[in-house]
Design a protein around this ligand. Sequence first.
Ligand code: PEP
Length: 250
Amino acid sequence: MARKLAAGNWKMNGNRADLDQVTALAAAHRDPGVDISLCLPATLISEAATQLANSPIIIGAQDCHSAQSGAHTGDIAAQQLSDAGARDVILGHSERRIDHDEKDALIRSKLIAACKAGLRPILCVGESLAERDSNQTLERIGTQIDGALESRDSLPCGLVIAYEPIWAIGTGRTPSLEQIGEVHDFMRDKLGARYGDEDADSVPLLYGGSVKPGNAADIFAVSNVDGALVGGASLKEADFSPIITALSMS
Ligand code: PEP
């Protein structure tokens, strides 16, 4: 069985003053019974990791470079994130695929870099609305998973996969529970075909896209949903806490 995981993605939001939300979350979930990860802007990782040293909450990052070091102005290496206190890293988020034109091959090399640095990759996959409307969802998800895992004969370091339909991110819209279940079953089967059922079952499959306190419990009841990647609702402890509680009760 995969471990349950509630992961937050603060995106390009938050200053040091907002770390009070992180400490409030830690105070509210001293023994959560599920994994909790907060993927923060790089500027906050070191301070948050220090403040959460005695908490089960994991601090993560939102991207890394594929190289270990070098002349890449403005970029951050996986090992530097690890050195700052990160243990997770989101890779292939649709906002990076769109804003920075990231392709599957690059995401694959970032995944390799993350593993080398000891970070757990949270690989994001998801279809556009046009792909959903033209019945290409599973094909798109399959291509993204194959692209990121190409020629790997064993599961990468603690891999997590987040299904995030692009049209559901930050929009308040979500797929139906049947649609979420269809994609999650597909991802589990795909991993099983690659690595065998036992390894496939160990991969936490998260749903992401407008998860809120009001819809979390229904989403967590869907088969093969092991948790959520949460954007907007992870910024405030008051919104993220009930989502974590719903996961721990699922
Ligand atoms: C995300 O960006 O990963 C996300 C799921 O955002 P939101 O929850 O705000 O839709």
